[in-house]
Design a protein around this ligand. Sequence first.
Ligand code: F58
Length: 844
Amino acid sequence: SGKEKWPRGEEKVWKEAMRDLDTDVSSITKSFVNHVQTSLARQPYNLDNLGAYQAAALSVRDNLLVNWNETSLQYTRKAPKRAYYLSLEFLMGRTLDNALLNLGLKDKYADGVEQLGFSMEDILDQERDAALGNGGLGRLAACYLDSSASQELPVWGYGLRYKYGIFQQLISPEGNQLEAPDPWLDNQNPWELPRLDVAYQVRFYGHADRLNDGTPRAVWAGGQEVLAVAYDVMIPGCYTKTTNNLRLWESKPKRGFDLNSFNAGNYEGAVESSNSAAAITSVLYPNDHTTFGKELRLKQQYFWTAASLADIIRRFKNIGKPITEFPDYVAIQLNDTHPTLAIPELMRILIDEEDQPWATAWQIVTNTFFYTNHTVLPEALEKWPVPLLEHLLPRHMQIIYDINLLFLQSVERKFPGDRDRLGRMSLIEEGFPKQVRMAFLASIGSRKVNGVAELHSDLVKTTILKDFVEFEGISKFGNVTNGITPRRWLDQCNPELSALISRTLKVDKAVWLKELTRLEQLLPFAEDAAFRAEWAAIKQRNKERLAHHVQVTLGLTINTNAMFDVQIKRLHEYKRQTLNILGVIHRYLTLKNMSAAEKKKVNPRVVFFAGKAAPAYYIAKLPSPPNHRQTIRLIVNVARVINADPDTKDLLSLYFLPDYSVSLAEVLIPASDISQHISTAGTEASGTSNMKFCLNGGLLLGTVDGANIEIAEEVGESNVFFFGHLTPAVEDLRYQHTYHPVPIEEKCPALAHVLNQVSAGLFGDADVYEPLLNTIRQGDHYLLSDDFDSYIAALAMVDEAYLDRTEWVKKSIRTTAKMGKFSSDRAIMEYAESYWNIEPLSVV
Ligand code: F58
């Protein structure tokens, strides 16, 4: 009946007013000034850069909103099958530059703001990063949203609107990491739309009573109810009208205060519920490959999952189809196990609210969900204590027990009498307390399961989910190698290279940015001296841009005639930043022993590190605190000594850049000659920055791990520098370390020498580093002593290769040329076609 009244009033008047916004420069300046006067309520003539950023953002947002509404309208009308990407993290970075480029309006806006007395660069620099993520997993989600919109796929993201994103990192003069909150919402966020009308109630605690009426139904009541309120973020595709949505939930108290406490004169008690509801979305957990059984984290997971499912189901119901057709219209991707509660939650809704039989409900669930695993490290696999789940989500715990019972019965039927197997596969791990294994629940509740690079997916199938492959069949388990968006990670961060590529391929970037395998056509130009000169000059200017950035932000002067060697990622033992810094010390000691004549042959090198370590308060709770923080301290103190040593400082210098972020990566990556991806074989699921560096013509120094392997397959082994033991050797080596340890002096004298110099206090603070050094001397779980010699040899090969600059630039060109496979467009289309079964839908 609503439809009959639509449109209200005179359609002609609506249509006339509804035309797309004009995008000539004078319309842009008008829109800008109009936002200054009205939205910002500021005097036009004395506007600062921040005000100019806000006005530009609001003006660009108008364009996005028109497309975003048309996209939504199209989806509603055509009712295609849609996919939803559930991720607890979306590491978006800045939006303005990306939106301008995707809309194809950057030049015009630059022109417009210049006429008004501003520089585009200064304006872009005012924006704070949206840093709602820890690292690779969160950034992958952001790349996938960009690709979904660019490929015109009906995909929405669902996440949480944290008030505080990943902490800001400060480095004290002694080299300690200090953490400060990241109040990213302090100066208004023009990129989100509060949707106060889109809200759902989410229950916690209370009690669940089975009806025992011959149905599996139960009633869950009591406890605490909080409100989930939607904030929508527009996700523009590249050169298309398609503008998708990222819906982030904020928690609010259901009622502002509790009337009973209020009447009793207990003011603090009255506002307390309000505090605890708001706490749910207040902060992103700075987890990295370690999980803690924290109630608030579990609350976040359920709050987000329940609100997202309620929203998805409401939208499905608007189509008017029976609930059994849900999987024909909805695919839900679980980004790691964090949203796994969606599985028992959908069961609960289907059974308790939709009155479906158990088997029907399970059929719907297992055709709706898809699970991506991002790690095989045991300490990173989520497990939740049964008592905590029973307390917080009593009905879900019942459902999990029921799922487990039926599941184990079917395992028993297939493998009669195999009690070990039942114990290994149970969703409930025995112990004190019992724990729910979320990766197992995610696997059995999903249509398909995948890892994020070939090697990693093989490891998933042969290690953590081996029993499940044997039980459910191999075809359920697949691989989708990760990808990165070439819009942000080439066009936006390296505009000169992007322009050179367009000129050379003689095709507009609108084409090759969406068909990245076209880069292959650059290959013949590796033989063209003039092209190589341009290529090298761009790299040089990117190095100068980075040096300028470091000069302005840290007051340090960097030698831009050196090779730039970069390792940027979360600090973690398995990523082996320690191996890198010990390699730097080795280089330093070698240089100290060189004659002046020998030194003449050495190419100068600048080594950059950046990355955050898990916060101290957090790490302290671990059984054996890892050493990431000492690693930062060592890097900073080695830098202090090396950068001040007149014998070596022209040939080797070292920088730890604080507060690594998406925006800092955008400056570092295009400037790199070589980047390091040196995890112990079999530990880095994929890695995605490896792809970003290579796309920008930086060469790769790495282990035979994660996506490094597939990069080497594409660009050719002669264009990468590989070292270290292979995955199948790792288990054996660890066994040797434990049962037949060889003293480090014997096993790896070069490494022993380096460690001894640190112990002797060459970089001060000797006692501080002892625990870190001892992890290598004893146990050495991450195999530094096994890989050190081949690492040093690989570094020497890099030096050698860099001396022949012509050949180096050829390698650089060939590397970029062969990176087409790693576009996140390819990855998202694999999910769309082989997993979700959704199709592109054009918005015209
Ligand atoms: C990363 N995982 C993988 N997890 O380490 C990396 O190899 C891969 O390329 C990337 O995912 C994308 O697939 C990762 O970033 C986290 O940050 C988790 C956050 C929550 C707790 C456990 C770690």
